[in-house]
Ligand binder design. Structure first.
Ligand code: GLU
Length: 303
């Protein structure tokens, strides 16, 4: 049985791009009789707010995107992340990294396609003294110089060299919080998630996550990376685009009108019509879903 998930970060109100990914995740799982798990990704204590989490849940319900199970919020999963870190440590893969953000930028070239900074390995062979360890540091996992290949259900075959295109991976941040890459793997595996539908911005993280699944001895899910919604000027839609967040949308449109726009943009209906997620189930087919990013003109949508 397919088990998909919603994994929103409660750092702001849901925007249309989040709703777009969630609709496709829901349709994909539910059209094959599967389930959806909901997990609040509140790892980052500085940016997560309970009121945002509450609003996210309310927005999913308003859209008609219901979940079958709720997995524990990430802020309550510290022990599971510590166990995974311990396993990496036993395998000899962990080391402390003392580089500041400025040092990282100076020592390495940003990756051309998405601005990611590739770690130059500065602290890889350092012998950490007690004095050094008293300074702020993150923990990195040594990534092998190896290609990871997988087939994305929507974007097709993908290959990435871990060492060349990532460098060593931060698995615990300097504030002692588990890094997203580690947490998402540990949590999806614990919840039995076997299908991940999410934005294309996370496509380059997937090989790193697949390496973590393999290294931790956990079963990896199938992936579908869906197009990003872009603002009219080509920027990624983000929580800062308040005109396209669900608070603004809900004042203007019904849930059926909103779902209809998302379905039409995804390529699964031929027109923008009013529809519920449930009504889209019988005809849902990944073969119809478009791969390319989608530009949205808020001024045209809300004249
Ligand atoms: N929590 C992430 C977000 O809201 C999603 C992470 C994922 O899907 O793996 O962007």
């Amino acid at each position: 049985m397919i088990c998909g998930r919603f994994a929103p970060s409660p750092s702001g109100r849901m925007h249309l791009g989040n709703a777009f990914s969630a609709l496709l995740a829901w349709l994909s799982a539910k059209s094959s009789g599967g389930q959806i798990v909901l997990r609040i990704e509140d790892l980052d204590p500085a940016r997560s707010r309970p009121e945002h989490a509450a609003a996210l849940l309310e927005d999913f319900s308003w859209l008609g995107l219901h979940w079958d199970r709720r997995a524990p919020d990430q802020s309550r999963r510290g022990e599971a992340y510590a166990a995974a870190l311990e396993k990496l440590r036993e395998l000899g893969l962990l080391y402390p990294c003392f580089c500041s953000r400025d040092q990282l930028r100076a020592a390495s070239a940003p990756h051309a396609s998405d601005g990611r900074v590739i770690y130059a390995g500065t602290c890889r062979n350092l012998t950490p003294t007690a004095e050094l360890l008293s300074r702020p540091h993150c923990l990195r996992a040594r990534l092998p110089d190896r290609e990871i290949s997988f087939i994305d259900g929507l974007q097709g075959p993908q290959t990435l060299n871990l060492q060349r295109e990532w460098g060593d991976l931060i698995v615990r941040r300097a504030d002692a919080v588990a890094a997203y890459q580690l947490a998402v793997v540990v949590d999806d595996a614990a919840a039995g998630v076997n299908q991940v539908v999410r934005g294309r911005d996370l496509l380059s993280s997937t090989p790193v996550q697949l390496w973590l699944y393999e290294t931790l001895g956990l079963p990896a899910p199938a992936y579908y990376h869906v197009p990003m919604l872009l603002a009219a000027d080509g920027r990624r839609l983000s929580k800062r685009d308040g005109d396209l967040d669900l608070a603004a949308i809900r004042q203007r449109w019904s849930a059926r009108r909103t779902v209809g726009l998302l379905a039409w943009m995804a390529g699964i209906t031929d027109r923008w019509e009013e529809v519920s997620p449930q009504e889209l189930l019988p005809a849902f087919d990944w073969a119809r879903v478009r791969r390319e990013d989608i530009r949205l003109d808020a001024a045209a949508l809300f004249p």
